[in-house]
Design a protein around this ligand. Structure first.
Ligand code: UT7
Length: 336
């Protein structure tokens, strides 16, 4: 039988660079409350959010990603031409096809990198990092750019009490590539499609022939049954995070930081309590000024901790992300 050459990659993969884009416009709770009969106090107490950022017309999913990616590639000491694959985690690129990833690769000058979008909602960044790590170790790419980006303000109903105050915009990117030691632990991930309806767009795309305008009105906006999602995340996700720590071969005492998806400050607190995080573990709380930016929230929160000097390159951080699907993913990474 004729032998085929199989793929060969590197033994270890890690995060080589990080970049972010925070939209210019800061939106305090006071700007949101009047349309949803709410109050600054309710939003702070129930979610921990004091303000968020909404992107303006010129700050698109693609442009925010390109800016964050340039920083990540530069920090990795690479040029865009050295990127072999671009993975973009997003649910708010408004074209189903072509993928935002191809446009981002083109604008970066990363062509002819392989390019695709990853639809795993708020878990998308951790899904992307897991796949990138396997690509580098499997040999299908040497350097993978993973972007988490959302412009949720485009698909949020400003009069919806359960989503208007929570969702926000931004982008974060990392470069995953070869490393001297393991920089990304095995992922623990999964889905629970029985709860498909909890965070959703209301309708399928309008059919080609004679769509009923009433049936598709507002179909693009996100709806969320917040409380069941809150309970699922608060109780089930700590177990997933615990498994990720075990699969990384470390103990909770060896962690330096906990960087969960910035869904709700109370979910972060509940997970930290369930994991019995020691007091030296720094907890990311970027949601206070950034809101819930879905796939972008972990790289944004990671960047904030590094910029504030609360953690340093090489520190071990537990990541966990969860959202619409329902889907989830967790891993331990060495910070870039
Ligand atoms: O990002 C990926 C996944 N998403 C998440 O992880 C988000 C998970 N969910 C949440 O973070 C929370 O469910 C929310 C922050 C969205 C809501 O908080 P909650 O504690 O679950 O509130 P609730 O929906 O159970 O409502 C509690 C009360 C109700 O009033 P009564 O029945 O107790 O009198 C609501 O009518 O709060 C009321 N309420 C509001 N009040 C002021 C609901 N929304 C609002 C609002 N402003 N926006």
């Amino acid at each position: 039988m004729t032998a085929l050459t199989g793929p060969t990659g590197t033994t270890h993969a890690g995060l080589l660079g990080l970049g972010v884009y925070r939209p210019r416009r800061e939106v305090p709770n006071s700007e949101i409350v009047h349309l949803i009969d709410s109050s600054d106090e309710w939003i702070r107490t129930r979610s921990g959010i004091t303000s968020r950022r909404f992107a303006e017309a010129d700050e698109t999913v693609v442009s925010m990603s390109v800016e964050a990616s340039r920083q990540a590639i530069e920090q990795a000491g690479l040029t865009p031409g050295q990127i072999d694959c671009v993975l973009v985690a997003t649910v708010s690129h408004l074209l189903q096809t072509p993928a935002a990833a191809a446009m981002i690769a083109e604008q970066l000058g990363a062509t002819p990198a392989a390019a695709m979008d990853v639809s795993a909602a708020c878990a998308g960044f951790c899904y992307g990092v897991a796949m990138a790590s396997d690509m580098v170790r499997g040999g299908s790419a040497r350097h993978v750019l993973v972007v988490g980006v959302e412009k949720l303000s485009d698909i949020t109903d400003p009069t919806d009490r359960s989503t208007a105050f929570i969702f926000a915009d931004g982008a974060g990117a990392v470069v995953v590539g070869p490393a001297d030691q393991a920089g990304i632990s095995p992922v623990v991930w999964g889905s629970d499609g029985a709860r498909f309806d909890l965070i959703r767009q209301e309708a399928f795309w309008p059919p080609k022939v004679d769509p009923d305008p009433e049936s598709v009105k507002g179909a693009h906006v996100l709806r969320m049954d917040g409380n069941p999602v809150f309970r699922w995340a608060s109780f089930e996700m700590a177990k997933v995070a615990q498994q990720a720590i075990e699969r990384a071969g470390i103990t909770v005492d060896e962690l330096d930081a906990f960087i969960p998806h910035q869904a709700n400050m109370r979910i972060t607190d509940a997970m930290a309590r369930a994991l019995k995080l020691p007091s030296h573990v720094v907890i990311a709380r970027d949601i206070a000024e950034q809101g819930n930016t879905s796939a972008a929230s972990i790289p944004l929160a990671m960047h904030r901790l590094i910029a504030d000097g609360q953690v340093k390159p090489g520190d071990l951080a537990l990541l966990i992300a969860f959202g619409a699907g329902l889907v989830y993913a967790a891993q331990v990474v060495r910070l870039p």
